[in-house]
Design a protein around this ligand. Structure first.
Ligand code: SAM
Length: 280
């Protein structure tokens, strides 16, 4: 009979052989999920013997991860700014850099009472739900062109008890005529010919419509920059997450559509990742 410690060691080695860059952490999370144990219980339970049923459950999850399925999809849940979000292959796994995008939105909304906020391409609802829960007076809309993604977002909102209006929309088409104090988006920004070079988790598992934006990678951002100014209140902000190397071009786009006060933030890796501007 194998112990938990042995299974953890073997699982980690197996995931390393299959190219996971976070093999040990993955194994801890997946074995914990299979066995209903927290990470502390894993560390204190190395000598615990696993029965056949438990071993089978652990093997099944580790086998999925060895195919480079994101841990978040296997767990079915992922944390974002303290919210536990349901995630599955209909939506992008929310990223740590997008938590910084929310910080920038909060800073830009500082002093605005009861702001109207729009999250374009809401996916799991991560940004919209974080802003609605951290700014209880805000009226928040999350829109997405994907009805499947919106189902995930809506279910997250209901389960978390956070009030967001969900709208199916190609960028801002379905909210034409409405105005917002802040329009935020983490849009698709990968160029079509670059997706093949990305990690298998992104390339093979995450929805293509959430990652790829035409030949240049800038198609969604260009359309959004063209549409957003008409949807901004006076002094309202457009805040975008962008791909590595895109910040300069996106800042120029924002200026080109008449926004001012352009700013950029870097992410945890020092990459310029967030670009914003304000309507006059
Ligand atoms: C990079 S994901 C971001 C998901 C989520 N906001 C997050 O940060 O984790 C981009 C999202 O934009 C949506 N999307 C792509 N094209 C769109 C369009 N033309 N109009 C609205 N949403 C779009 C995708 O379905 C996907 O959910």
């Amino acid at each position: 009979m194998r112990t938990l410690g042995e299974v953890l060691r073997l699982s980690t080695a197996h995931l390393e052989r299959h190219g996971s860059p976070t093999a040990r952490l993955d194994a801890e999370l997946l074995l914990g999920h299979a066995l209903g144990l927290g990470r502390v219980e894993i560390y204190t339970g190395f000598e615990r013997p696993l029965d056949e049923a438990e071993l089978a459950e652990c093997r099944a999850l580790i086998a999925r991860r060895a195919k480079r399925e994101p841990v978040a999809y296997i767990l079915g849940r992922w944390g974002f700014r303290g919210l536990d979000l349901d995630v599955d292959p209909r939506v992008l796994v929310p990223r740590p850099e997008t938590e910084l995008l929310v910080d920038r939105c909060l800073a830009l909304l500082n002093g605005v009472v009861g702001p109207d906020v729009l999250d374009v391409g809401t996916g799991s609802g991560a940004i919209a739900l974080a802003l609605a829960s951290e700014l209880p007076e805000a009226r928040v809309i999350g829109c997405d062109v994907s009805p499947e993604a919106l189902e995930v977002a809506r279910r997250n909102g209901e389960r978390l008890g956070v009030d967001v209006e969900w709208i199916e929309s190609d960028l801002l088409a379905a909210v034409a005529g409405r105005r917002f104090d802040l329009v935020v988006s983490n849009p698709p920004y990968v160029a079509a010919d670059e997706i093949g070079a990305l990690e298998p988790e992104v390339r093979d598992w995450e929805p293509r419509g959430a990652t790829v934006a035409g030949e240049s990678g800038l198609e969604a951002i260009e359309r959004l920059c063209a549409e957003a100014p008409a949807a901004l209140e006076e002094g309202g902000a457009l805040v975008l997450e962008v791909g590595a190397g895109q910040a300069g071009a996106v800042a120029a786009l924002l200026e080109g559509v008449g926004l001012g006060g352009i700013g950029r933030d870097t992410d945890h890796a020092g990459i310029e990742r967030i670009v914003w501007g304000r309507a006059p």
